[in-house]
Design a protein around this ligand. Structure first.
Ligand SMILES: [Fe+2]
Length: 193
């Protein structure tokens, strides 16, 4: 995956920062970057846009570097106050990437808006529908899929069919862009295992 995306000096520095967070966040970031590459390619985006999607997926959670590690690594569900602290990571990440400089604008946009929901109930801005960039709508799908199919100290990983079934329900409830989720589902249903 790293071979396919353009790693500028600035992106490499961000990647180093990402590695200091924790193993789960690093592995999750690599997985989301890979899923973003596959989804962008499947949706027919041009090569430069595909690379930007990979980089955006890789760096989307970099703001977690600013979340206290006892909260980030808590082996249980978060309290409401702890969850509020975690919810600051898109804005913090956007500031980190802006300070790094030299990154494509869409990478910063995805970092800031990957927790927006298609129905407007997400954060930090409560953007709705197409007001959320296509790339941020794609990252929302890839992010949630990798999170729920990964084992965590407080919950077992869901299987691929279970994850897709639950995400189809959430798409009907308004969480994801239905067209983006349909494209994502096509990739996974077509790939082995
Ligand atoms: Fe996130």
């Amino acid at each position: 995956m790293l071979k396919e995306i353009t790693l500028s000096t600035s992106a490499l520095r961000c990647l180093e920062r990402l590695r200091t967070i924790d193993d789960y966040t690093y592995a999750h970031s690599v997985a989301v970057g890979s899923l973003m590459l596959a989804l962008a390619r499947h949706m027919g985006m041009e090569a430069g846009a595909v690379r930007d999607c990979g980089l955006a997926g890789l760096l989307h959670d970099i703001g977690k570097a600013t979340v206290p590690s006892d909260i980030l690594n808590k082996p249980a569900r978060l309290s409401p106050a702890e969850f509020e602290a975690v919810k600051l990571h898109p804005v913090a990440g956007h500031a980190l990437l802006r300070a790094a400089g030299g990154l494509p604008a869409i990478v910063l946009d995805v970092c800031l808006h990957h927790h927006e929901r298609y129905d407007g109930k997400g954060y930090p801005s409560g953007l709705r529908g197409e007001a959320i960039s296509l790339e941020a709508r794609m990252c929302a799908v890839c992010d949630v899929y990798d999170a729920i199919t990964s084992p965590r100290p407080y919950k077992a990983a869901w299987s691929r069919p279970e994850a897709l079934r639950r995400m189809a329900d959430w798409t009907r409830e308004g969480h994801f862009d239905p067209a983006v989720f349909a494209a994502f589902e096509q990739i996974l249903l077509a790939s082995p295992k």
